[in-house]
Structure formats: structure tokens, C-alpha cells
Design a protein around this ligand. Structure first.
Ligand SMILES: *Cc1c(COP(=O)(O)O)cnc(C)c1O
Length: 361
């Protein structure tokens, strides 16, 4: 690694691609002859308008976003969407949620403050280690939407097959898998992703919403919480997170240059396989979730004892592999291997863990 950087396995904020960081560094003091840094720039300037327009267009190209979907850059992270979604989409005051872990749970809690929440399926009985069968859910006719967290960052499960919503709008939290593989946007009514997992700096969420879901009858809702406000003003009703938009735009371009989301998917499958093959052959370490729903991005794993887990975390950190401690609600270890984690990082960590195991027994 250059610059003395570490392989950072954090769940988020997480690694960004090195070529992108270098470009940002090169443009830091004077962005393309503007005489200023993007941080110092008016969001109403021509030069900034071009930055946000290009970011949106590059994202549209990457994901093949149909023209009847709006792309919004909103502040408040992914968490604010736990509230904005029910506030904007609950017309009948009723939604179906699938409970698959910590993040869908948080969304459920917030939605309950707004309307009726039907938890139609849950994997809580086995500590969120699988994705429940959602091929034939009991969905009331007047349900406004069906909600999933498509990759549970903490528990390490992912949806390989979307739920059968029986014609209802699908809403998905893609925060920790955004742009990790191709996505058929028209399967969804709304997709959102906090960008600090797989794209850029924290403090912003990308919302991709089908236009007909943007309502103009919500005048009692605080103006900032209405999707309409952001859609009508090109994500610039107020000062947006200019810096995050700029950095994300660079990452979008970089992913395009690598061959887009098919290429990312191939690389991510390849990278995750290195780690999962190791876990499957190890006698000391094992993965914690069912094989068919293992996340390509977040890999939780354990030894047989919490003491040994802690020992491994300390040893990896000392060796330059950072942030491998599992989330406090789950324990053990977790390696997050987002788009920007190089394969060499995964291979090096696996080698380290193999050696640790060999020296231990
Ligand atoms: C991190 C995360 C969030 C919360 O993101 P913030 O930007 O911190 O609000 C929500 N959902 C998922 C799946 C996440 O991984």
C-alpha cells in the first residue's frame, strides 16, 4: 500500500479507491482553474452545477436508471430515510417490512411512528443468519409498499432474490451493497443508499425514486422531509453536501472506467470467494450466516471463544489490518470488503489468519 495506508476493513466509513483520492488531492487547492477548492465553492455556481450534473448522469449510466426515476442527493444519511420513506410513501398508512437484522429493525421502529407496520417475515428466530422465504407473503391489498434491507451490514446477509411483492412498490435500503453489482432499477419504487459504505464520504444518501411516488399533497410535512422539495430543486433546495457529491461523482466515473457494475460484481465475487473459501476450510474460524445468503460486502466470522476473537482482532490490528472487530451487537469479527478493497488486501488478511491459526494449534 502506498502512503503508509492500511487495509481498512471497516463497515463504514470505509476505503475509497486510491486513484480517486489522488485525483481529489490534485484538485484540492484549485479545482480546474476555478481558483478554489470544491469545499469553498458556491453550489449556485456554474462550475459546481457541472459537478452535480455529471455525478447524476454518471450514476444514471452506471445503473441504467430509467428516465421516470429521479436521483436525489439528500443529507441526514441513510438514517433519515427510515423516517422519510413512511412519511412520504404511506398513503393508506400501512406498509409491509421484512425483518432481517439490525438495519431493517431500525427502519421498522421509525415506520411504526408514522403508521401501521406489518412484519410479514423475519429471520430473528435464528439471530438473523438467513433471509426468510418471501415468495408468497401475506400482503394486504392496501399496503403502500414492501420494505427490505438488501444487505444487512451487521449480520452479513444479502438478498439474492427479491421478495414477491405481489404488485406492490418495493423499497430497498442498499447502503452496504450500492453499486456492488448490476441492479434492475425498475424492480423497485425506491432505492436508497448512505454513501459512506461503498461510495464516498459520510453524511449523504442517494435516493432513486420513481416519479409517480413523489407526492404534492404533503404540504403539512416539513418542507425538507418531502421528496418533492428535493426533486423540484435538483437536490439543491438548500446547500447540499457539495463535497460528498463531488467525491461520489469521482467514484461513479472510476467505476465506469473499470467496466461498470458487471465488472464490479465479478471482482466482488472473486474477492469474497477468497475469504469464504478460507473460512470453509479453517478449523479455527467459521462464517456465521447461511451459505446461500452470504454477503459479498460484509463477512462476519467467529472462533469458538470470545477471548480468542479479541486476541485475533488485536493481532490483525497490530499487523496493519484495521477495523476487524465485529459489531457490538453480534461480537466476533467482521471483514467489510467493499468495492474499494483491493483483492491483495483480502489475500493478505487471509494469509495472516492462516498463519495465526497454524501458529496457534
Ligand atoms: C450504515 C447503514 C445505515 C445508516 O447509515 P447512516 O448514513 O449512518 O445514517 C443504514 N442502513 C444500512 C444497511 C447501513 O449499512
Amino acid at each position: 500500500m502506498k502512503y503508509g495506508r492500511t487495509f481498512n476493513f471497516s463497515a463504514g466509513p470505509a476505503m475509497m479507491p486510491e486513484p480517486v483520492l489522488e485525483e481529489i488531492r490534485d484538485e484540492m487547492m484549485n479545482y480546474r482553474g476555478s481558483g478554489m477548492c470544491v469545499m469553498e465553492m458556491s453550489h449556485r455556481s456554474k462550475v459546481y452545477q457541472q459537478i452535480i450534473d455529471e455525478a447524476e448522469q454518471d450514476l444514471r449510466d452506471l445503473m441504467n436508471i430509467p428516465s421516470n426515476y429521479k436521483v436525489l442527493f439528500i443529507q441526514g444519511g441513510a438514517t433519515l430515510q427510515f423516517s422519510m420513506i413512511p412519511m412520504n410513501l404511506m398513503k393508506n398508512g400501512k406498509a409491509v417490512y421484512i425483518e432481517t437484522g439490525a438495519w431493517s429493525n431500525k427502519a421498522i421502529k421509525e415506520a411504526k411512528k408514522v403508521g401501521e407496520v406489518i412484519v410479514a417475515a423475519s429471520s430473528k428466530d435464528k439471530n438473523y443468519t438467513y433471509i426468510p422465504d418471501c415468495s408468497d407473503l401475506d400482503i394486504p391489498e392496501d399496503t403502500d409498499y414492501v420494505y427490505i434491507c438488501e444487505n444487512e451490514t451487521i449480520h452479513g446477509t444479502t438478498w439474492n432474490k427479491l421478495p414477491n411483492t405481489k404488485g406492490h412498490v418495493l423499497v430497498s435500503d442498499q447502503s452496504s451493497m450500492f453499486l456492488s453489482k448490476p441492479c434492475n432499477v425498475s424492480d423497485y419504487g425506491l432505492i436508497y443508499a448512505g454513501v459512506q459504505k461503498n461510495v464516498g464520504p459520510a453524511g449523504m444518501v442517494v435516493v432513486i425514486i420513481r416519479e409517480d411516488l413523489i407526492r404534492d399533497d404533503l404540504t403539512d410535512l416539513p418542507i425538507y422531509l418531502q421528496y418533492k422539495t428535493h426533486a423540484d430543486n435538483g437536490s439543491m433546495y438548500n446547500t447540499p453536501n457539495c463535497w460528498a457529491i463531488y467525491c461520489c461523482g469521482k467514484v461513479f466515473k472510476y467505476l465506469k472506467s473499470l467496466g461498470g457494475l458487471e465488472a464490479m460484481h465479478r471482482m466482488n465475487l472473486d474477492k469474497a470467494k477468497v475469504f469464504y473459501d478460507f473460512l470453509d476450510s479453517s478449523k479455527m474460524f467459521r462464517g456465521t450466516v447461511e451459505k446461500d445468503v452470504r454477503s459479498l460486502m460484509n463477512i462476519p466470522f467467529v472462533t469458538d471463544s470470545a477471548e480468542l476473537d479479541a486476541e485475533v482482532v488485536a493481532a490483525t490490528k497490530a499487523a496493519g489490518y484495521d477495523n476487524l472487530k465485529g459489531h457490538k451487537s453480534v461480537g466476533g469479527l467482521r471483514a467489510s470488503v467493499y468495492n474499494a478493497m483491493p483483492k491483495e488486501g483480502v489475500e493478505a488478511l487471509v494469509k495472516f489468519l492462516k498463519d495465526f491459526e497454524a501458529n496457534h494449534s
